[in-house]
Design a protein around this ligand. Structure first.
Ligand SMILES: CCCCCCCC(=O)SCCNC(=O)CCNC(=O)[C@H](O)C(C)(C)COP(=O)(O)OP(=O)(O)OC[C@H]1O[C@@H](n2cnc3c(N)ncnc32)[C@H](O)[C@@H]1OP(=O)(O)O
Length: 194
């Protein structure tokens, strides 16, 4: 039984999120948006290396294998790492909406312990939009995509302008990302859909 805060209940005037016509097709892998992203980047050695796929509607699925570097208690995944996996999966929904957004609130239930070596099967869905606010929900299952729920989260993402990253990120990484000759990579590093 989970008690959500009112901040995660969509207001009465919220609408159903609409998948953007140019969103990746269902089944398509949504590649990493930034090489050094802890959630999905290949250049983050202890990162989660999450592989996310577009689903139907405004849904995504992802898989994350818990590594030794992700432990909290001996042989068990750290709760913060599991919350990160949920956050990353939820964040990827914004690619399907073609909206730049950041996590404002993330409420996580830890239902079952997750041992090292486990594949966490994640699924997320955007459920409502109200102005700049995007309400979404996610689960992480173990033992297979239809296995028992080990973690779940509800989240509120807030739409931002690209300036959010330019104004607040450390200049060294911003400059390095902007210097990439691959314009697609530059756009994606700042979470702008191509
Ligand atoms: C593929 C991509 C993968 C992405 C990886 C996963 C995503 C992430 O982890 S992003 C990183 C973590 N998040 C952050 O760093 C965000 C830090 N926070 C901020 O920058 C700001 O607080 C920000 C942008 C969220 C909101 O600030 P601001 O733009 O000034 O919005 P503000 O006017 O305060 O709020 C807008 C609305 O959202 C609501 N809101 C804002 N924050 C919250 C919150 N924490 N809880 C509930 N409601 C909130 C406000 O109440 C307001 O609602 P209303 O319009 O009804 O009055």
């Amino acid at each position: 039984m989970s008690g959500r805060t009112t901040a995660l209940t969509p207001p009465a005037d919220a609408v159903k999120p609409e998948r953007h016509p140019d969103a990746p097709a269902p089944g398509e892998i949504i590649g990493t948006h930034y090489d050094r992203c802890f959630g999905c980047g290949d250049g983050a050695p202890h990162g989660l290396h999450l592989v996310t796929r577009a689903g139907e509607g405004v849904r995504v699925t992802a898989e994350f294998t818990v590594q030794e570097a992700h432990q909290g208690a001996p042989g068990l995944a750290h709760g913060g790492v599991l919350a990160s996996a949920l956050d990353e999966t939820l964040g990827t929904l914004n690619w399907l909406l073609r909206v730049i957004a950041v996590t404002g609130r993330l409420e996580t239930d830890f239902v079952r312990p997750v041992p090292v070596g486990t594949v966490l099967h994640l699924e997320a869905e955007a459920v409502a939009v109200a102005d700049r606010k995007i309400y979404s929900t996610a689960t992480g299952r173990i033992g297979g995509p239809d296995g028992p729920v080990a973690v779940r989260a509800d989240a509120l993402f807030i739409e931002v302008k690209v300036d959010h990253f330019m104004d607040n990120g450390r200049p060294a990484e911003i400059d390095a990302a902007l210097a990439d000759p691959d314009q697609l990579k530059v756009a994606r590093a700042f979470e702008v859909n191509p």
